[in-house]
Design a binder for this molecule. Structure first.
Ligand code: NDP
Length: 435
């Protein structure tokens, strides 16, 4: 805490892991007295660099770029890049720390990392985004590689940005390797990767609900965000017969009492991914719906809530409203969207609650599958990747049950995910000595 006192998001992520793993460490002699958690909270490397680029009017801008290489005990660093004005060392350290546990849970050999920049892609032209991505990669390329560190997308980094980043890496290094995941299908990408985080979150919710003889079918579902994760979570809910009532962006949320069906979702995907518009435009297209400026959607009654936008977007009061309205299941698509107070409220009410490091791990798991396909220079079918994704989500769910089951039969998925993720990384670190 003394060393990282100015990094609130990082402290929040560490505290959540510490609360559940410290009692476990105390009960297991092999981990006791090895300062294992103290070693895990210090990044192996934190790189910060200048990114200078020129806008369409010829003006020069300077942004700050980062890569946090948190832990490589079980594999090359792996984790996304975020481009958003709020990006700083605290946010990237929290994301990188979470990523270590998440990647461990996927059962694939991937260490944890995260990176990005305080660059804001909103309102920038395509050419400006390209020049920024190229400038960013001219420095990042020294620190990454297919066997060293393999970044992917996150907030503000989608297919377009991965393309520009990959192009510059390939040009500088003169090699075509799987150095980034989330690539286009014709140049090394994996089928189902764009869908994987959102689909995986809903598969995880299905696993949780099945333990209570419930399913997504026929349920009212409230989703926040309208980016990559939210769009494909919504698509999978629709496939499974659930009713998606809301989506949002940083301007507010839309509520469609008739449900956002496949056709309406296709319109939203075009709005967000091609026209780069705002979610408020939905109500002009579909007049039955309402737009709630500056608000989050948690007041809309539902049985399932999927927070898929950003960290700390669901607070204690929101959690209490969800519980009062009869919500049975919350699965996090975003990273750390629920505050500690919200999580405690869900757990006290004994409703099903999955932390992002378990429920949104489908994205990085499918990135791991993209790395395997790149190494083998083959491409699996959509069905094959989807089947593996489902199996991985089910395995993660089983690991949470193994370590998170309480005496009264309630599964504390936070505890389960943290301990299951911890054990594998800690064992590898112990085997490798004090490094
Ligand atoms: P996108 O950039 O595609 O979408 C982000 C969405 O969240 C947008 O609707 C955005 O609205 C909204 N949002 C972002 N910041 C804020 C904010 N401060 N307040 C309110 N709304 C906000 O990102 P992704 O969908 O990829 O990522 C969403 C979450 O999922 C993040 O927490 C990310 O870390 C996590 N995640 C993503 C994975 C992936 O594979 N992409 C994998 C695992 C986790 P607006 O456009 O107005 O900014």
């Amino acid at each position: 805490r003394a060393r990282n006192g100015h990094e609130p998001e990082f402290l929040q992520a560490v505290q959540e892991v510490a609360e559940t793993t410290i009692p476990y460490i105390a009960q297991h002699d092999i981990y006791n007295g090895k300062n294992i958690l103290l070693r895990m909270v210090e990044p192996e490397r934190l790189i910060s660099f200048r990114v200078s680029w020129v806008d369409d009017r010829g003006e020069i801008h300077v942004n700050r770029g980062y890569r946090v290489q948190m832990n490589s005990a079980i594999g090359p660093y792996k984790g996304g890049l975020r481009f958003h004005p709020s990006v700083n060392a605290s946010i990237l350290k929290f994301l990188a720390f979470e990523q270590v546990f998440k990647n461990s849970l996927t059962t694939l050999p991937m260490g944890g990392g995260k990176g990005g920049s305080d660059f804001d892609p909103k309102g920038k032209s395509d050419d400006e985004v390209m020049r920024f991505c190229h400038a960013f990669m001219t420095e990042l390329c020294r620190h990454i590689g297919p066997n060293t560190d393999v970044p992917a997308g996150d907030i503000g980094v989608g297919a377009r940005e991965i393309g520009y980043l990959f192009g510059m890496y390939k040009k500088i290094r003169n090699e075509f390797t799987g150095v980034l995941t989330g690539k286009g299908l014709s140049w090394g990408g994996s089928k189902i990767r764009p869908e994987a985080t959102g689909y995986g979150t809903v598969y995880f919710a299905e696993n949780m609900l099945a333990r209570r003889n419930e399913s997504v079918e026929g349920k009212d579902v409230v989703i926040s965000g309208s980016g990559n994760v939210a769009q494909f979570a919504a698509e999978k809910v629709i496939h499974l017969g659930g009713k998606v009532l809301t989506l949002s962006d940083s301007g507010g949320y839309i509520y469609d009492k008739n449900g956002i069906d496949a056709e309406k979702l296709a319109w939203i995907m075009d709005l967000k991914n091609n026209r780069r518009g705002r979610i408020s435009e939905y109500v002009d297209q579909f007049p039955g719906a309402t737009f709630h400026k500056g608000e989050t959607p948690w007041g809309v009654p539902c049985q399932i809530a999927l927070p898929c936008a950003t960290q700390n977007e669901l607070e204690g009061d929101d959690a209490r409203v969800l519980i009062k309205n009869g919500c049975l299941c919350v699965a996090e698509g975003a990273n750390m969207p629920s505050t500690p107070e919200a999580i405690h409220a869900f757990q006290e009410a004994k409703i099903l609650f999955a932390p992002g490091k378990a429920s949104n791990a489908g994205g990085v798991a499918t990135s791991g599958l993209e790395m395997s396909q790149n190494s083998l220079r083959i491409s699996w079918t959509r069905e094959e990747v989807d089947q593996r994704l489902r199996a991985i989500m089910s395995d993660i769910h089983d690991s949470c049950i193994e370590y998170g089951m309480e005496e009264d039969g309630y599964c504390n998925y936070v505890k389960g995910a943290n301990i299951a993720g911890f054990v594998k990384v800690a064992d590898a670190m112990l085997a490798q000595g004090v490094i």
